[in-house]
Every structure is written in C-alpha cells, then in structure tokens.
Unconditional design. Structure first.
Length: 318
C-alpha cells in the first residue's frame, strides 16, 4: 500500500511513528512543511523536516518533541558571548551539524529535496521524506506590536513571542511562486491513500496545500483522503494552533477544522472521543467521521489511531 502523509513537525512526526508500526509493509511518502524554515547564523534550518527525520530515525529529544537527544549548547553559548543571537531559538551542538551539512550542500547547488535525501541516508527514517518544495517559502504572521502592525517570521511569532499576541493574518510568503518538489505530485498520483496527521491545519498542512498543484493533485487523485484532528476538546493538544486558526477565521474545534479543509479535499475525519458530539456536524459537511481516542501517548496508542485512519479510508473507498 502506498501512503502519502502531509506532515508538520511534532504532530506529524509522532503520527508517522505510529503509522509505521501499524503498516510496517506500507510504502510511505511524507510531504514535509518547509514554511517554518529559517536562516540563522548563516545556516538554513528546516525545523519540521528535521523533527520528522530525527523522530523516525531515533535521534529526537523525546520530552521536548524537537531537537536532538543528549544535546549540549556550547556553540550557542559561544555565539552569545560574541553578542550574536538570536538567543530565543534553541540550536544545540548536535543539531548544528545537520544545518551545517544542509547549508553546505545547498551552497554547492543541490536542491533541498536532494539535501534532505542525503541527510536521511544517515537517519534511515523508513519513509521517503520530501520537502513540499525546493523553492523558498516562509510563513509570516501579521501582528500588532507596540501599536504598529507588522509581519514577522513564523518562528519569531511562535518561539520568541510564544503566540502571546493575536495572529491577524498568516501568509506563506513565496508559496504562490513555488513548485512542488520533484516526486511530490508523482507520489500523490500513485498513492492508495492520503493522510493528514494531527498537524497544524494552518501553518503545517495549510502551508503545504498552498503550494500550487498539491491541493489539486490530492483532490483529483481519486483516493481516500483521511485526516485526524489536532484539536481535542476545543483546544490544540500542544502548541497554539487556536491562534493561527483564528487568523484564518476558523474556530478552534474538531468539526470546524474539518469544515475548513472541506469535503472537496477530505473524505474522512477522525475526532477524539471527547468530541464525539461533533461527528454529526462533520458528516453534515459531507465528510465521513468517527470518534476514537486521538492522544498520541505512546507508539501503541498512535498505531491504533493510524489503524483507525486506514480503516476509515477503506470505508470511504468502498
Ligand atoms: P509542529 O510543526 O511541531 O507544530 O507540529 P505539527 O504541525 O505536525 O503538529 C502540531 C499539532 O499537533 C498541534 O496542533 C497539536 O494540537 C497536535 N498534537 C500534538 N500532539 C497531539 C496528540 O497527541 N493528539 C492529537 N490529536 N493532536 C496532537
Ligand atoms: Ca512546524
């Protein structure tokens, strides 16, 4: 079975670990969000691709959900001693090596897709990890700070400001001109099922869908498209997805997110058991829905979620 998954960082990566356990023989292609990418200290950092790569490759800091395990921060401290920041973005010594290799290869002329493949040779994530695009796309968030409206990089909004002010708009800068990376449209066209993990619907899955051609390819693939809600009991399980949902006029709720994707894209939508009463609303929107436990507490629980998603896909296919 060929499965395509549109993934952000932590939510996407943890789900993929369960999916691999649930479908060990499946051929899984991950289309990763690169809208969170940022240049720091002259290096290209791809947080979501790295979170997927480290999580599936066994190098992730489990408690944190991002960054390397057994990490130290000497380079960052030395940079700070020179007065060189930003100090708000956590880049550890082990992690730095990944960004140095990536930047070196990009400078030598390799596209991000080829660089990602090379990095994955070390990590062996057990999936084919593709960036959504080789072109630069950067998510910016419009905010009002000190009485002034301005656009800041998504990482500055999320990591530095901890989303403490309202997001007035979310703009994937460059997306309109971006082309899907090599293999992305081919993987979608060849897929038996497309899954949206419980990733951020705006700044992860939404950004991937903003690359012209990807949304259309999924809608036209003629295969089941099933998603899992990142919102449980009207709140994101982790992070501040409610802030960016508000920016696009979507309430923070499992059913609202399904309606936001719409029946033109989604065939099936899993909500958590605490949101069982939203199943009827999702189905009224023309999307098959079921309430099952959606907390990724460990790999077994996550694998059970993946099995439910695949079962729902078979149900809508029939
Ligand atoms: P990010 O790029 O690291 O922010 O990660 P993603 O976009 O892939 O995923 C973030 C989303 O995952 C957040 O909106 C969370 O609500 C959601 N999430 C995290 N853990 C869980 C979980 O255990 N269950 C569900 N249903 N959602 C989760
Ligand atoms: Ca992210």
């Amino acid at each position: 079975m060929r499965i395509v998954v549109l993934a952000g960082g932590i939510g996407g990566a943890r789900f993929l670990r369960g999916l691999k356990a649930a479908a060990p023989d499946a051929d899984i292609t991950v289309i990763g969000n690169t809208g969170d990418d940022i240049h720091l200290f002259g290096l290209k950092v791809c947080p979501d691709l790295d979170t997927v790569m480290y999580t599936l490759g066994g190098g992730i800091n489990e408690e944190q959900g991002w960054g390397r395990s057994d990490e130290t921060f000497q380079v960052k401290a030395e940079l700070a001693a020179y007065g060189v920041g930003p100090e708000w973005f956590g880049l550890g010594d082990r992690d730095f090596a990944t960004h140095i290799v990536r930047t070196q290869m990009l400078s030598a002329g390799y596209p991000l897709s080829a660089v990602t493949e090379a990095l994955c040779e070390r990590w062996q994530p057990g999936v084919r990890l593709l960036p959504m695009s080789d072109d630069r796309v950067e998510t910016h968030v419009a905010v009002e700070l000190d009485g002034e409206r301005k656009a800041i990089h998504f990482q500055e909004y999320w990591v530095r400001l901890r989303a403490c002010v309202d997001a007035l708009a979310v703009v994937p800068v460059g997306a309109e001109q971006a082309k899907p990376a090599p293999g992305v449209l081919e993987a979608i066209a060849a897929a038996d099922v497309v899954l949206f993990p419980p990733s951020n619907p705006v700044v992860s899955v939404g950004t991937i869908l903003a690359v012209p051609g990807i949304r259309e390819a999924i809608a036209e693939a003629g295969v089941p498209v099933v998603g899992l809600s990142p919102i449980v009991g009207d709140a994101p399980v982790r992070g501040m997805a409610d802030k960016v949902l508000a920016a696009v006029g979507v309430e923070s709720g499992a059913a609202a997110v399904a309606e936001h994707y719409g029946s033109g894209l989604l065939d099936g939508w899993l909500v958590d058991t605490v949101d069982a009463d939203s199943v009827a609303r999702v189905e009224a929107a023309g999307i098959r829905s079921r309430a099952v436990p959606l907390m990724m507490t460990d790999t077994d629980a996550t694998a059970a979620m993946a099995r439910e998603a695949l079962a729902l896909a078979e149900e809508v296919r029939a």
